[in-house]
Write a protein that binds this ligand. Structure first.
Ligand code: GLC
Length: 438
């Protein structure tokens, strides 16, 4: 590697490294923010009460579930058969057009209502997974606090999203559907996995966005002023993407300044799929501008916002061939014809540094949640995880596991990470079943 490139990479190595001492500091700060959030004090963790506990596994019936929170919108019909058994009956996936993501909120909800109408003519209760920070005021009631993940549909912030969807259903003359539960995707994922695994008490999403929820003792939720609640435990939606006690690099600061929501979602911007590619892009663009890599050539993937996406990071890190043949093919396809082996190695290394930092920060946050529930890790905990980053990135899951091992030693064996694919939709159906039986 040219000495300049070598020097730049070793500087980045220092900036993006998260040593065990820093993991421990994150855990401690995270505990502080969790407690303040639960007490209703100022905190970067919202710690939102969800008005629901884990399912018993006995819930039954046919329900519809909607899943809105990323690039796709899904609608599914699920049959719960009790004893932890569930059959997805039908499912439809639709790509959400940009005009709904950033246009008038009313159009977004009209679109959802039309999809529901087309999908089912039967009378059904609906579990509505809406994966944004919502201040719930009931199991089927909650106001959107602010958009995340670059959504910006107008006229929705501050409004009850269940009401917005119910009104849209009426506008589309759909009278036989009722929204029984409003659910965050983390909570849906927890419910879906806990339906058949009673050790499951934490769920994490690592996809476009990132967040987690867990089962808390109601006595510990000192801000809870809700109505009579039947269980002594409740699921808390942490909204961990908002955690802000983290060390930022200059690249994180540039990314934040250029984002839709500067100053917000700091952890999410260091961890989730929506942003990892952008961090790599900012780094490489800086090196190109200094003429340290790719002969200082102006290349669209590194020049245009969102030009470099998380899927590219996965592909680049997966290349184990000598000389990085697939990275070469990738770069050629993007207009960089004569990269050197050293440049390819540097690019791979940078992807690795950025994704590894994301994995270590999320592992630290997860370790904080686990030790909040069970300080000495005396019990077995299943953590249900969903999201493309966790599922598809070649090293992300492994780096989380390694960080947990470093942090907990042998006790890390008591933490089982389970991939819970598509849990959020199914979980919403389960929570709709709980809500209709109350
Ligand atoms: C964002 C949302 C959060 C959601 C997460 C994963 O962080 O604010 O509600 O759970 O993305 O989709």
């Amino acid at each position: 590697m040219s000495s300049k490139l070598k020097k730049a990479v070793s500087e980045l190595e220092k900036q993006f490294n998260v040593p065990l001492s820093e993991v421990k500091k994150i855990i401690k700060d995270f505990h502080g923010e969790m407690s303040r959030g639960l007490a209703g004090q100022k905190s970067s963790l919202k710690m939102i009460p969800t008005y629901v506990d884990k399912p018993s596994g006995g819930e039954k019936g046919k329900f519809l579930a909607l899943d809105l929170g990323g690039t796709n919108f899904r609608i599914l019909e699920v049959e719960l058969r009790g004893r932890g058994q569930l059959t997805p009956v039908r499912e439809k996936k639709l790509v959400l057009d940009k005009k709904y993501v950033s246009g008038k909120g009313e159009n977004l909800f009209n679109f959802l209502a039309h999809c529901i109408k087309d999908f089912s003519k039967e009378p059904r209760s609906i579990g509505f997974t809406f994966s944004f920070p919502v201040k719930q005021t009931g199991i089927a009631e909650g106001r959107l606090l602010h958009w995340t993940k670059d959504f910006s549909a107008k006229g929705v912030v501050g409004k009850d999203v269940v009401r917005l969807l119910s009104e849209a259903l009426l506008r589309s003359a759909t009278y036989n559907k009722r929204i029984a539960a409003l659910v965050n995707d983390t909570v849906g994922t927890l419910a879906a996995h806990a339906y058949h695994d009673e050790d499951c008490d934490v769920a994490v999403i690592l996809g476009t966005g990132t967040n987690a929820c867990y089962q808390e003792e109601v006595n510990n939720i000192s801000k809870w002023r809700g109505p009579i609640y039947l269980s002594d435990r409740m699921i808390i939606n942490i909204e961990w993407g908002g955690f802000n006690k983290l060390r930022s690099t200059p690249f994180d600061i540039s990314l934040d300044n250029a984002s839709e929501n500067p100053g917000a979602q700091i952890l999410e911007k260091m961890v989730s799929g929506m942003y990892l590619g952008e961090i790599v892009r900012f780094i490489i663009r800086g090196l190109i501008n200094k003429k340290i890599i790719f002969k200082g050539k102006n290349i669209p993937i590194f020049n245009e916002p969102k030009g470099f996406i998380a899927e590219y990071i996965s592909r680049i890190e997966a290349d184990r061939s000598p000389g990085l043949l697939d990275v070469n093919a990738f770069l050629k396809n993007k207009g960089i014809r004569n990269s050197t082996g050293e440049e390819r190695e540097a690019l791979q290394k940078i992807c690795h540094l950025v994704s590894k930092r994301g994995a270590r920060i999320s592992a630290a946050a997860l370790a904080a949640v686990l030790t909040k529930i069970d300080p000495k890790l005396l019990r077995v905990h299943t953590v249900a995880v969903d999201g493309s980053l966790y599922e598809k990135h070649p090293n992300f899951a492994k780096n989380i596991r390694l960080t947990l091992q470093e942090t907990f030693g042998r006790r890390a064996l008591r933490v089982r990470m389970a991939l819970a694919k598509d849990g959020s939709g199914r979980g919403a159906a389960i929570i709709a079943a709980i809500a209709t039986s109350l």
